[in-house]
Design a protein around this ligand. Structure first.
Ligand SMILES: C=C1C[C@]23C[C@@]1(O)CC[C@H]2[C@@]12CCC[C@@](C)(C(=O)O1)[C@H]2[C@@H]3C(=O)O
Ligand SMILES: O=C(O)CCC(=O)C(=O)O
Ligand SMILES: [Fe+2]
Length: 358
């Protein structure tokens, strides 16, 4: 039995100060520990922002006959895009937003009853990447892997079963959508099911697994000096993100700097993750992104972080590797990659890169 996502950090404890999580609503001033300067956010080198051009990640209609090529183009240029007509019922998006708002609206002491342990993945706390930064992030998160029943029972003694049903239905819909998106993107590169047999469309999708990350960025007294979630790439194949109607997500592009992704009601944001970058032999870009905060409106987001089961080795599709070159990366499982990232963060991709022999 391969290690499940739930067990990825067993034996790799991360010391994160969940128990010092403040009641954000009580803070009238930004404490010094939350004041970011440009040098606090330099682990990933984002390009400085030139004057805004108004360019933005594309919004792609999945019913459009050319959707596959549009997705392929977005994965190569931005590493991110938004989608409309994705088939996920609007009511379900509203339900997951309601659940997320209700969770973070609970008193801190109740949320801490479901705190993430040092070796666990699931539960309430600060983002895992917090351990790489000197300054604190203006956000709180809740990660779900496997059944949320035990945690939800502690949070909502009465309503936990209803909330579990919402999560189950949401994950089911996301799983199907993620596989559809991955294949549209791969087909745009001329990659077929014979080239990536483990991800066959005819399978029951049990080759994949996922984590659901609920994020809350409370109203912030000094948003320009605070950081909601520091710049990072996701370690996934793909991440599908729902954001409420408050802007905050920014993606980085070498020629444009940080670009804010405007919320489009009913649409979803898709990020290319590091594993898809590896699978595509570097053709698709894993997008560097971060979340800023706001002085008047709280922001919620729900990220469906999707990748392969832990016994699947991801390596560049041979068809995408030139016969005279080495593949850009060595093969790696999601578990191995998550552990590398948990230790080396921004250097994780370069650690599995093949170097040409001189
Ligand atoms: C499967 C995972 C991806 C993730 C680490 C995790 O084990 C569960 C949480 C995920 C998340 C969400 C917020 C940003 C991020 C970088 C983090 O700190 O935790 C991602 C991780 C990732 O994609 O590497
Ligand atoms: O809140 C957002 O927009 C970004 C969240 C994110 O990047 C993540 O959960 O990995
Ligand atoms: Fe992310």
């Amino acid at each position: 039995m391969p290690a499940m996502l739930t067990d990825v950090f067993r034996g790799h404890p991360i010391h994160l100060p969940h128990s010092h999580q403040p009641d954000f609503t009580s803070l009238r001033e930004l404490p010094d520990s939350y004041k970011w300067t440009p040098k606090d956010d330099l682990l990933f080198a984002a390009a400085p922002s030139p004057p805004a051009t108004g360019e933005n990640i594309p919004l792609i209609d999945l019913d459009h006959p050319d959707a596959a090529n549009q997705i392929g183009h977005a994965c190569r240029t931005w590493g991110a895009f938004q989608i409309a007509n994705h088939g996920v019922p609007l009511g379900l998006l509203q339900d997951i937003e309601f659940l997320t708002g209700s969770l973070f609206g609970l008193p801190v002491q109740r949320k801490l009853k479901a705190a993430r342990s040092e070796t666990g993945v699931s539960g309430y706390g600060v983002a895992r990447i917090a351990s790489f930064f000197n300054k604190k992030m203006w956000s709180e998160g809740f990660t779900i892997t496997g059944s949320p029943l035990n945690d939800f029972r502690k949070l909502w003694p009465q309503l936990h079963l209803n909330y579990c049903d919402i999560v189950e239905e949401y994950e089911e819909q996301m799983k199907k959508l993620a596989s559809k998106l991955m294949w549209l993107a791969l087909k745009s590169l001329g990659v077929s099911e014979e080239d990536v047999e483990w991800a066959s469309l005819n399978s029951d999708l049990n080759w994949a697994q996922a984590a659901l990350q609920l994020n809350h960025y409370p109203v912030c007294p000094e948003p320009d000096r605070a950081m909601g979630l520091a710049a990072h790439t996701d370690s996934t194949l793909l991440t599908i993100l729902y954001q409420n109607n408050t802007a905050g997500l920014q993606v980085s592009r070498d020629d444009l700097g940080w670009v804010t992704v405007p919320p489009v009601p009913g649409s979803l944001v898709v990020n290319v993750g590091d594993l898809f970058h590896i699978l595509s032999n570097g053709l698709f870009k894993s997008v560097l992104h971060r979340a800023r905060v706001n002085q008047t409106r709280a922001r919620l987001s729900v990220a469906f972080l999707w990748g392969p089961q832990s016994d699947i080795k991801i390596s560049p599709v041979p068809k995408l590797v030139s016969p005279v070159e080495l593949p850009l990366y060595r093969s790696v499982t999601w578990t191995e990659y998550l552990r590398t990232k948990a230790t080396h963060f921004n250097k994780a991709l370069s650690m599995i890169r093949n170097h040409r022999e001189e």
